[in-house]
Structures are given as C-alpha cells and as structure tokens.
Design a binder for this molecule. Structure first.
Ligand code: ADP
Ligand code: MG
Length: 690
C-alpha cells in the first residue's frame, strides 16, 4: 500500500460511505479520514457494564438485560407500546410511541433483550423511552462495549450509530496510516495519535467526570493544539498585514508642544507612556496595530488626538470611528476644540449626515481638504474615498467585529500603502484572554486615572425605596449638580426601551416638577439627541432620563449622580461603562443600583462586585468567571473563535505556554504552523480574506 496520510484519504474509502453519505459529511466539513478524527465527541456514555434492573437509577443512562414479560398497547393521551422487562432484581417498562407491527410482534414474551437508554419516571414507574435494544441468544453471548461510547455533535440525517461506525473505521486506519504530528515533541507529552484514539474510544477505566470537564490529558493535548492554531492564525494575520508598507509618520515636537500647551490639563504619566509607544510605532514604514486598553475616564481620547496630530503633521489624513452617533458627536466636539486653533479641518460623517451636507463632507474627504475625519461605521461605506489616509482610530472596539475593522483597513488599500491602526477599548479584558483574543495586536494599557477624581460611591438598593432615591435626585439637583436616570430592558428592542424611558420620564416629571428633565433614547432623531445632550452638557437639563445609549463615552463632568434601574439585567462590563459617566468631576459622585426584588443569587453576587470595586480590570475578571468568555469578548469571540474542544476559560492556564510555543513554531517550523492553522481553521472564511 502506498504511504498516504489520513488527510489524503477521502471518506468514501470507508465501508458503507457512498456519495450520499459523503455529501452529508461534507456539510459538516468532513471530507477526509483526518476530518472524521477531528470531529470530536461532545460527551460520553458508559455501555461497558450491565446494570441490574433493580438498581437502575432515575435520569441515568444504563445498559440492562432481562426477559420480556409481556407487551401491551395502551391508549392514553398518546398511543404507545409498553413492554415489561424483568431480571432477577426487578422490573422496568420500555415504552415506544413509534413502532412498527413487526417490531411489536418480535417483542415476544419470554424473549431476552439487552437495552440501552435513560431511565425516566413514567406513569408505570421507572420507564425507558425508545431504548436501543438487541435480542440475546443464549448460545451466542453478545460482547459488551470495551470502551466508553462517544456522542458526536448531532446533524441531520446522520445517526449517532452511523457516526460511531464511521469513527470506528477511521480509528482502525490510524494504525495503518499516519496522521501527521504537527507539534514539535517538546510541546507535548501525549502524541496526537494517542490523544485521538483516547478521545474517540476512551477505555472503560477512564473517568467520565474528568472527560466531562475536558480535563483529561488527551483532551488538553488537543485543546492546546487548537488554541495554538487560533493564536498562530492571528499572528499570521498580523504578519501578512505588516508585510505591507505604511507611511513612516515622524513625530513633530514643535506642533505637539503647541497642541499640549493649549490643553487645560497635563497628560498623566500613563497617557505619556502610551503616546510614546504609539509615536514609536507610527514612525515605522509598516503599519502599527495597537490596542489601547484604558478604563472609562482614563483619557483615551486625548491620546488618540495626539496620534492624529502626528499623522496630519506628515500631511496624511486621520480617521476616527466611534460605535454610536452620540460618541462620534462628542469626539467631533473635542477634536474641533483641540484642532481648530491649529487651523486643522475636521470633517464629520455619520449615517445621518444627508444630502448637500453629506456631499460636502465626502468631497472634503476625497480632495484631502479634510485632515481629520470623525464618524461612525458610515466611514466604511464604498462612497467614502479617502484622499491620503495615514491612520485609522477605532474607538470602543468591542462593539466592532474583526471584519469591520478589516474593512476599514482596506479603505487604505487604494493607496500604495496601508494606514496605521489604533484601536481603543474601555472594556478591559483579563490579561490571559487578551493574550489570546488580541494576539494580532500590540497592547498598551492606560492604568492611571487623571488626578482629582474621587471614586464613585456605589449603593445597591431595592426598588421599594424608589421614593427615597427620587428625593436624593431632588437634593443633588437643588445643589447645582446633575443626574442620570438609566432605564434598562431585557429585550434589546429600541422601541420598547424608548417606551420604558418615556414612561419613567413622565413619572419623574410628576414627582420632580421643579426640575428640567431631558429624555434620550435610540429612537430620537440625531438632531434631537444632539440638542438634548448639549442642553445637558450646558446645565440646562438637570436630570437626564436615558436608555443604555448613553453607555459609551459620554462625558459631562458636572453629573455626579446616576440611578440605574434594574441593573441586574445588565452585564458587569456594561454597568461599569454606565457608571463611568459619573465621577468625572471633583465632587464626590454616587451610583444607585436600583434593583427589582427578588434578586437571584447570581444577581446579588454581581451587584456586590459593582459595589466593592471600580477597577475595570477586576470587574472584567469577575465578569469572565460569571458569564464566560463569549459574553466578555463580544463580537470578536463569536464569529471568529468557534472552538471545537478548547474552552478559553477552562484552558486559560495553557495560554502563556501557547504564546511561547507559537513564537517558536513561526521561527522554526513555519510550514507546520501553516498546517496547524489549516487543520483547525481550514474552512474558515475569515482566513480566506487575508
Ligand atoms: P475615556 O478613556 O473614557 O475615553 P476621555 O478621553 O473621554 O476618557 O476622558 C475623560 C475626561 O477626562 C475628559 O473630560 C478629558 O478631557 C479628561 N482628561 C483626559 N486626560 C486628562 C488629564 N491628563 N488630566 C485631566 N483631565 C483629563
Ligand atoms: Mg472614550
């Protein structure tokens, strides 16, 4: 036989796999024998032992053997066939809702059966619905399974039995052919072959608990390889991107001096450090890929502005993109205040800029008269043609997916170089996760708040004490302060959320007639939103009733009280964002988490964390523990990292090693690195894009 590796043998080589079945397998991305082996079980069942009927426990899977004592058709709410099976320890009912006449006739009294299924509580006591069963022949003993039985991810028209037979055949082929080991020996203790054999057919002695948790060394071996594949692919993405030329943008000390001396504050040390890192990156002739993490209020905007300054000082355009209109508007205001004195022209583009105004902005962007362009994702649109884009800044990146980010990268591609990239996020990500999810980015952390801030005092109060809280709002506003009242909903529906906020605003109008109350939600026209925000900023509105649209970035230092209704409905990161709207001035600020009773155990736990800390990184760690990485990472996690066996949280301890191993792979085994990416992520469209 010619030496073929298993990734070269098509599934049709297996017995019983014709074109039809091959088609079904192909839908699961299974084309070769190797693909079958990487189609990993979800869980396992133990069919290696026979359980005496008398001791078959409710809600467990069991193998039982016994004699048929009789079969009856019963006509309850649904017609069913009830078959009594007995051994010398007890009796149990097998119940079938779907059955053929032949089946019914075959289940003769006195025949012996072996059954497999889950024991449930039914009208006759313990029952097994639709058990798998085989007839026993006294002269020909039926062997029991020698290993634990795998349960594979389900798919239409492909039974577990079929998958097991196919996997079983694939496994016997491992011994005749080789499956390519791609990890250097030093990286692992278990070989790939050993790991796969174990995972598809764990020995009888294997612990179901260990397997269910994914902690077995064989599983960890594969999890390591899978996470390594993801890590390598991000590094690969990064390298590919950085092989393109970018304009080397030099620092302009005089201009920077002029810019900074006009600011009403001095940069914090953390801001200076991060700015230097950015300046250093941008001076290189290949594109910067840098992520700034900084807690809410740490002052990321000014750092972005300094990057933009360095860019325009070299005659190139800088684009800054925000996830919401409100935030884009705010950046535009800040940038205009900071840049107008230097004679820099700031353009403005969101979905809501229409007609003549839009044409003017588009014109200024394409003819280069606009030097800084502020906007929302409208900046991605085809009609937007930059004249000479040197830098893109994406604010609050967790709201944008990687694809969107790539789309903005491509905006620069009509030029003969690509722009530098700066990404800013206020949702701190636990270090280990960041290492894996952002392996394609360099990371800077602004780990210091501007001076003079007093931490927000957070209290957790039941809605029964609403009246008291309303009095607090009254007092705070009477003392010249301003307040937010945030309404939340479970459903992510703009319309319903708007309704809830309107109702609350009406209620508060009645109770606080002396106050000027504003209302802001996602359903308002941009001009209305902007007018309300401005009135709040100017102090004309005392109390702003809002939906979570104000979550991101909004900056009104005189607001020192925030009430959040039903905070138990929100994630910790989102609450942290919201709360970051207060505590921006010198006065002491308060945040009231006004929850509805009864509060679940987890809800109580989460609100307690909010009360105890204002450190975004700590909150992120806790959020990760409570909600898992999918939620914490948002879009980046969902389309981009569909893991088959690894679990970012459970396997986080592997990440430091993976990081090191990835460097070694790229340096010493580049071909194997490619093969690993291919093996685990081969079909993924994202990598087709690069
Ligand atoms: P975030 O990191 O949440 O985006 P911002 O950039 O909106 O924070 O900054 C929050 C507020 O802090 C703004 O009012 C900004 O002008 C102010 N600020 C930024 N840096 C400093 C500093 N070094 N000293 C004092 N205030 C600062
Ligand atoms: Mg911000």
């Amino acid at each position: 036989m010619t030496e073929k590796t298993l990734d070269q043998i098509p599934v049709t080589q297996l017995k019983g796999v014709g074109t039809q079945l091959a088609g079904k397998l192909a839908k699961l991305g299974i084309n070769t024998i190797q693909d079958i082996l990487f189609h990993l079980p979800l869980r396992y069942m133990d069919r290696t032992r026979i359980t005496p009927i008398g001791s078959a426990q409710l809600n467990t899977d069991v193998v039982i053997e016994g004699e048929v004592r009789g079969c009856d058709l019963v006509y309850g709410r649904r017609r069913s066939l009830m078959c009594r099976l007995q051994d010398n320890t007890g009796i149990i009912t097998l119940r079938f809702f779907h059955f053929s006449n032949a089946q019914r006739e075959n289940l003769k009294t006195g025949s012996h059966l072996r059954c497999f299924g889950e024991v449930k509580h039914g009208s006759s006591g313990r029952e097994i619905y639709h058990p798998e069963y085989q007839f026993l022949d006294q002269n020909q003993p039926l062997p029991l399974q020698q290993h634990l039985t795998a349960v594979y991810p389900a798919s239409e028209g492909l039974s577990q039995q079929r998958m097991r037979t196919i996997a079983g055949q694939a496994i016997t082929l491992i011994n005749e052919n080789s499956i390519t080991e791609l990890l250097p020996e030093a990286f692992h203790k278990t070989s790939l072959t050993e790991a796969l054999l174990f995972i598809h057919q764990p020995p009888q002695s294997a612990s179901l608990d260990l397997l269910a948790n994914g902690d077995h060394p064989a599983q960890q071996r594969l999890a390591f390889e899978e996470l390594l594949a993801h890590h390598l692919s991000l590094l690969h993405l990064r390298r590919t991107f950085q092989q393109q030329p970018a304009p080397a943008l030099n620092k302009n000390d005089a201009l920077e001096q002029q810019f900074c001396s006009a600011l009403p504050f001095q940069l914090t040390l953390a801001q200076q450090r991060v700015s230097h890192e950015i300046q250093h990156d941008m001076a290189k002739p290949f594109p910067m890929l840098r992520l700034i993490q900084g807690d809410v209020g740490s002052g990321k905007t000014i750092v972005a502005a300094l990057a933009a300054l360095q860019c325009i000082a070299n005659g190139k355009q800088a684009a800054i993109m925000a996830p919401t209109e409100i935030l884009a508007e705010q950046h535009r205001n800040n940038f205009e205040i900071w840049f107008k004195p230097l004679g820099v022209r700031v353009a403005w583009l969101t979905g809501k800029v229409k007609g003549k105004a839009r044409e003017r902005q588009l014109q200024a962007i394409s003819d280069g008269s606009a030097q800084i362009i502020v906007g929302t994702h409208a900046l991605f649109q085809d009609e937007v043609a930059f004249n000479d884009l040197g830098l893109t800044i994406v604010d609050e990146q967790h709201r944008f997916g990687v694809h969107q980010r790539l789309a903005l990268k491509e905006k620069g591609l009509t030029q003969d170089y690509v722009p530098h990239q700066l990404i800013m996020t206020a949702t701190p990500i636990p270090r280990t996760l960041a290492m894996s999810a952002y392996a394609d980015l360099d990371c800077s952390i602004i780990d210091e708040l501007p001076p003079g801030r007093s931490p927000v005092n957070t209290v957790v109060i039941a809605n029964q004490r609403r009246q008291e809280i309303i009095e607090h709002v009254r007092t705070a506003c009477a003392n010249g302060r301003q307040a937010y009242w945030v309404c939340t909903l479970i459903e992510e529906s703009d319309a319903l959320e708007a309704q809830a906020a309107e109702a609350t605003a009406d209620e508060l109008h009645l109770l606080l007639p002396e106050l000027n109350i504003g209302l802001i939600h996602g359903r308002l026209k941009p001009a209305e939103k902007a007018a309300t925000m401005n009135a709040f900023k100017n102090g004309d509105i005392h109390l702003l009733v809002a939906t979570t649209v104000i979550e991101v970035g909004v900056d009104v230092p005189n607001a020192s009280l925030m009430v959040i209704e039903n905070p138990e409905r929100l994630g910790l990161a989102q609450l942290h964002q919201l709360r970051g709207r207060v505590g921006r001035g010198k006065e002491e600020s308060h945040c009231v988490l006004l929850y509805s009773t009864p509060l679940s155990q987890q809800g109580t736990e989460r609100l307690k964390i909010m009360r105890q800390t204002t450190d975004g990184f700590k909150i992120a760690e806790m959020d990760l523990k409570l909600r898992g990485p999918g939620e914490v990472l948002g879009t980046r996690q969902t389309g981009d990292m569909e893991l088959r066996i690894a679990d970012l949280l459970r396997d986080a301890h592997l990440l430091p090693d993976i990081k090191k191993s990835a460097e070694v792979m790229l340096a010493e085994y580049p071909l194997k690195a490619d093969a690993i990416i291919n093996r685990w992520l081969g079909g993924s469209e994202r990598y087709g894009q690069v």
